[in-house]
Design a protein around this ligand. Sequence first.
Ligand code: HEM
Ligand code: HEM
Length: 183
Amino acid sequence: MMVEARYDRVQVILHWLIAVMILAMIGLGLFMVELPKKHELPPGEESVRAFYFLLHKSLGITAAILIAVRLGWRLMHKAPPLPASISKWQQRAAGAVHGLLYTFMIAMPVSGYMQSIYSKYDTKFWGLVMPRIADADKVMRDNMSDIHEWLSVIFMVLIVVHVAALIKHKLAGVRLMDRMSLK
Ligand code: HEM
Ligand code: HEM
């Protein structure tokens, strides 16, 4: 079935830009925490861990800025109504999952930034040193790391549910992808 209503250009561009960044952030996060720390390497060998941590933080803060713009835009612009062929409970479920995706798009950078604040290393944004708002605190850092890690697991489940729902509708002949594509 052809789907008429669609998201506007700004929503489409931001959805895809942010989705790519988030998938890259998840890959980068899972990869970098496995890298050896400097003291775990033979003497004289440099660790690349710091490089990837700095990249994850800078990209994450950049994503947070885009997410803030997207949220602002979304609060002023409605989502296009879903086709009437989609049942009421599924429309409500879609609304709930989208709301949760937005919540996690905020919670991920916030929890990431919080752990970075309590770390002994400065937080840098593409090389620019961010002001220190709190003293380094090992216990707080570890708590925030655990929160960031658990949130990322739930976030991944939500993204899988999001994509699975789209595939389900596609199989039923409703091409929701058209709603999130540029004409
Ligand atoms: C879209 C936003 C973000 C996503 C999706 C994301 C995702 C992840 C993931 C999947 C991990 C690996 C978790 C693990 O297995 O331990 C991770 C770790 C980490 N993230 Fe993020 N992150 C985001 C934003 C940020 C930001 C903004 C910062 C800091 C400014 C940050 C700092 C960190 C740090 C320091 C770790 C390593 C934690 C550790 O040492 O255990 N993240 N992130
Ligand atoms: C990776 C992280 C992703 C996040 C955080 C995310 C987030 C969202 C959110 C919040 C909405 C609702 C937009 C609104 O009403 O304001 C949405 C809609 C949509 N997303 Fe994603 N998305 C992601 C990945 C994907 C992927 C991989 C696909 C395609 C395979 C996809 C396809 C769509 C489509 C087609 C819609 C429109 C749904 C409708 O017709 O109502 N998204 N996404």
